[in-house]
Design a protein around this ligand. Structure first.
Ligand code: PMV
Length: 315
């Protein structure tokens, strides 16, 4: 049997960084996917092939011995082989249309798709178990992950997420559409998170006040999302961008992208860790932004929020 699973990437609409300190964040699954195809094989190897290369280990080898980028997938395969008492190996093919290192949840979507595809080889498609396994797998390379990316990739739609409390789905009547502009400045999430921690420790009162303001902003944003009030959502995004600038995760290049795109959309902000990565701008469905997308030096993507999360198929 061949098992195929597909999982969406994500954008963070509100609350990145503040979510690390128990505040809420709002995330949306986007229509860009990672797909993982897996099969049981007759040797005791775990084989991985992806656009980042190929790798193979014996199923009893330690995960820490392999290259970082492949670790989560070996981790998932090893866990499921052991849990199910399987005496042979697995082949795993990873394909993704989500840009890497851009804050669009590429690694989480690959982890979710791998956990779903391999679990399904053993007849299990339990979402809760797949989510837990994918978060653990991601932690082999990013130990401080809040788990928000994997959660939205499994469940799809728009979610409100808080580390200890978990998630709830936000019911909206309309789909939201965004233009993503990739600054192509590769960012390292762990380094930016570390820098914000330093800022928080050195500016305790300012940070606490920003957390409260972000909380109030999220309440307002949720209300306007439920009412499909695109103008107010856009204004909330612009305000969130100001908070992100105050904690030092923006830069001149990101700001100049935001200033330009804000003039022709409802509002724009960084998505994810910042220090590079992508800007998201809220757009009207079907709006023609070709004058901008055809002339900008940046890679752009039109995306919409996807109600469906991870999906599993047999072939
Ligand atoms: O840039 P990304 O997609 O890795 O997003 C990081 C979001 C943070 O809030 C900065 C960290 C986290 O784990 O939530």
């Amino acid at each position: 049997m061949t098992s195929i699973a597909k999982a969406p990437g994500k954008i963070i609409l509100f609350g990145e960084h503040f979510v690390v300190y128990e505040n809420r964040a709002i995330l949306g699954a986007i229509n860009k996917y990672a797909t993982v195809t897996s099969e049981k094989i007759n040797t005791d190897n775990i084989l991985i092939s992806s656009s980042l290369g190929q790798s193979s280990i014996k199923k009893d080898e330690e995960v820490s011995s392999v290259e970082k980028k492949f670790r989560p997938f070996f981790y998932i395969a090893k866990q499921l082989i052991s849990k199910n008492g399987f005496d042979k190996g697995i082949s795993i093919k990873i394909e993704s249309e989500i840009p890497i290192g851009a804050g669009l949840g590429s690694s989480s979507a690959c982890c979710v798709a791998a956990a779903a595809s391999i679990s399904n080889l053993f007849g299990n498609t339990n979402e809760k178990e797949i989510l837990e396994l994918s978060i653990q797998a991601e932690k082999t390379i990013f130990p401080n992950s809040s788990g928000a990316d994997c959660t939205v990739s499994v469940h799809g739609g728009i979610i409100e997420y808080q580390k200890e409390k978990g998630f709830s789905k936000i019911d909206t009547k309309n789909e939201f559409n965004f233009l993503i502009i990739d600054s192509e400045q590769i960012h390292a999430t762990d380094k930016v998170v570390e820098r914000v921690k330093k800022f928080k420790n050195e500016n305790t009162n300012v940070f606490t006040e920003l957390c409260s303001e972000e909380e109030r902003l999220i309440t307002k944003a949720l209300e306007s999302m439920k009412n499909n009030d695109l103008k107010t959502i856009g204004k909330c995004m612009a305000q969130n961008q100001i908070f992100l600038e105050q904690i030092g995760v923006s830069n001149d290049e990101l700001l100049s992208i935001i200033e330009e795109i804000e003039m022709i959309t409802f509002g724009a902000k960084i998505t994810g860790a910042g220090d590079g990565g992508c800007v998201i701008a809220l757009t009207e469905e079907g709006s023609d932004l070709s004058e901008y997308t055809n002339t900008t030096k940046y890679q752009t993507y039109h995306v919409s929020i996807q109600k469906t999360g991870m999906q599993v198929f047999n072939s």
